[in-house]
Design a protein around this ligand. Structure first.
Ligand code: F0G
Length: 528
């Protein structure tokens, strides 16, 4: 449907061909609120209810009138979009406003400094780069201190003011020289060799199984799905994936990633060995509710354990709020519901109001490295179009005493209630409803034993959820998708404008899908 017949497709042609096989190859020509209009065969517009919501980037829906008015005003007044290396009052206001809301949600006053980016994955990369700059800077401060102390100890020995404790040679396995001269040269060389081996160890990131943090060079290594990650393993440092709700694993990882940095120090007339603990853990990445991994909320208990581990190990937490943040679960930060406090927050998706590509990475004041500003930038980030749009989005969120947050919870509860009633009617088909606010998922039971070969084949090829998505679009004019790394879960991330009538339409559609999957009606999925 909708393909320009005969035209050669060079823009991801294989994806396009696959979309055709499941009826998803439609062209949308207009969007308003929760509705996308697709072009019908006769050229007329066909309304489709959008539950995919730009994968969660449309908290205020398609083309929200206040946001589009702001965009028009910017264009009409000739607001400069690209004026790099100048004052950016809109960006400054945006970050102050983000701080004001974050302080309210965390009950704290520590500032968060911002670095801008153009996409979620790019902002994650910025957070990771900042964390690595911080890690290597701290490491070099420690090794610098140890080297200076070692040099002082060596001078003291050479000046005859101190003697090396016999245990030091033994501990390092260095033979004790017999003659005169620089008696500690071998010892110092061995310490330098061991420290170099420690500091050369690459950083290790912690991320949760099922997590998704983007698909760029570094961020894809923090994304659990092996299909996305494995081919690019050599491009960036790897992550260690922590099973969800298994805090005991963290202790083992810390032990495995720990090492010792060495130095010499003079106390009294003796030179002794100084040992400083060190580990390679650079940052711990967490989504408060895993999105792409199947709409899986983090428990408060596990969030607390992650926070405790991070504090004890000195490993900063990067909370990825790219999908869960910006009001979707009734707060700016979904993690603030959990009592989780991050060293880094990353926001994107809905920050741009569905019009601008905007992302921001926020670093807690006590961790912030101002030199990062000199080593990280992008031509398009912090631009004069996306920053005012993002400010308008924050104004909409905060208007009427934060009515949008309350509405997200209220509309989310209505949607979740309907999904639960579908589950109750089809407990043999629907396994679980998960999520919070307007970030909800419906997981189907395993359909690999289906009597319908179409369904069985889709399960076998890992495309089951897309088959259902094709049916929902073709038979019910409803748009949603499975979560890409957990294709038995459909995700529902509509805008806060969601109406009861739209919920009813989804209920009808899901009831139809469940009845078909149950296999007693003789009806089949509507696939071209
Ligand atoms: N982090 C999270 C939690 C995300 O959900 C996404 C994207 C990203 C990072 C990357 O952001 O696409 O702007 O570079 N999630 C999409 C999804 C792809 O399917 O949920 P991006």
């Amino acid at each position: 449907m909708n393909s320009e017949s005969g035209a050669t497709e060079l823009a991801e042609p294989n994806l396009r061909a696959w979309l055709t096989t499941i009826g998803l190859d439609v062209e949308y020509v207009r969007g308003a609120g929760n509705t996308l209009f697709m072009r019908g065969d006769d050229g007329a517009e066909i309304p489709v209810i959008d539950y995919a919501g730009g994968y969660g980037a449309l908290f205020f829906g398609h083309n929200h009138p206040v946001i589009t008015a702001r965009a028009r005003e910017l264009l009409d007044t000739g607001a400069p979009v690209l004026a790099q290396f100048s004052a950016h009052p809109q960006a400054s206001r945006l970050v102050l406003e983000l701080n004001r809301i974050i302080h309210r949600e965390l009950g704290d006053t520590e500032p968060y400094y911002a670095t801008f980016a153009n996409s979620g994955a790019e902002a994650i990369e910025a957070a990771v780069k900042h964390a690595e700059l911080d890690r290597v800077s701290r490491l070099s401060a420690v090794t610098g201190e140890l080297e200076a102390a070692t040099a002082r100890a060596r001078s003291a020995v050479l000046a005859g003011e101190a003697a090396v404790d016999p245990g030091v040679w033994q501990r390092l396995g260095v033979p004790r020289p017999a003659g005169d001269g620089d008696a500690v040269a071998d010892l110092v060389a061995e310490i330098a060799r061991r420290n170099a081996a420690q500091t050369a160890r690459p950083p290790v990131f912690l991320a949760l199984e099922g997590g998704f943090h983007g698909k760029l060079g570094t961020s894809v290594q923090l994304t659990h799905n092996e299909g996305y990650r494995a081919p690019f393993q050599a491009l960036a440092a790897g992550a260690r994936f922590v099973p969800r709700e298994r805090p005991e694993v963290l202790k083992d990882i810390l032990a495995e990633e720990s090492g010792t940095l060495l130095g010499l120090a003079v106390t009294g007339g003796g030179v002794r060995l100084v040992e400083r603990d060190h580990h390679t853990l650079c940052a711990f990445l967490v989504e408060p509710i895993q999105g792409e991994g199947g709409i899986r909320p983090l428990s408060e208990e596990f969030a607390r354990q992650i926070q405790e581990f991070s504090a004890a190990a000195g490993c900063p937490i990067v909370v990825d709020e790219i999908q869960s943040g910006m009001g979707r679960v009734g707060r700016l930060l979904a993690s603030s519901h959990l009592g989780l406090r991050a060293d880094y927050y990353v926001l994107a998706k809905s920050l741009g109001g569905g019009l601008a590509k905007a992302a921001v990475m926020l670093v807690r004041g006590s961790r912030y490295r101002q030199e990062f500003e000199l080593v990280h930038s992008s031509t398009f980030a912090k631009d004069g179009f996306s920053c005012p749009i993002a400010l308008t989005v924050l104004e909409l969120l905060e208007a009427d005493g934060g009515r949008a947050y309350t509405l997200a919870l209220e509309r989310g509860a209505a949607l979740a209630g309907m999904l639960e009633s579908v589950r109750a009617a089809f407990p043999d088909v629907v396994k679980e409803i998960r999520g919070r606010g307007l970030m909800l998922g419906l997981e189907f039971h395993d359909q690999s034993g289906s009597a319908d070969p179409l369904v069985r084949d889709a399960v076998a090829s890992g495309t089951f959820g897309y088959l259902i998505a094709g049916h929902l679009l073709q038979a019910h004019r409803i748009r949603t998708f499975p979560t890409a790394s957990a294709v038995s879960t459909l995700r529902f991330e509509p805008s806060v404008l969601l109406t009861d009538a739209e919920i009813d339409r989804l209920e009808e559609a899901l009831t139809d899908v469940c009845a078909i999957l149950r296999g007693r009606t003789g009806k089949r999925l509507a696939i071209p």
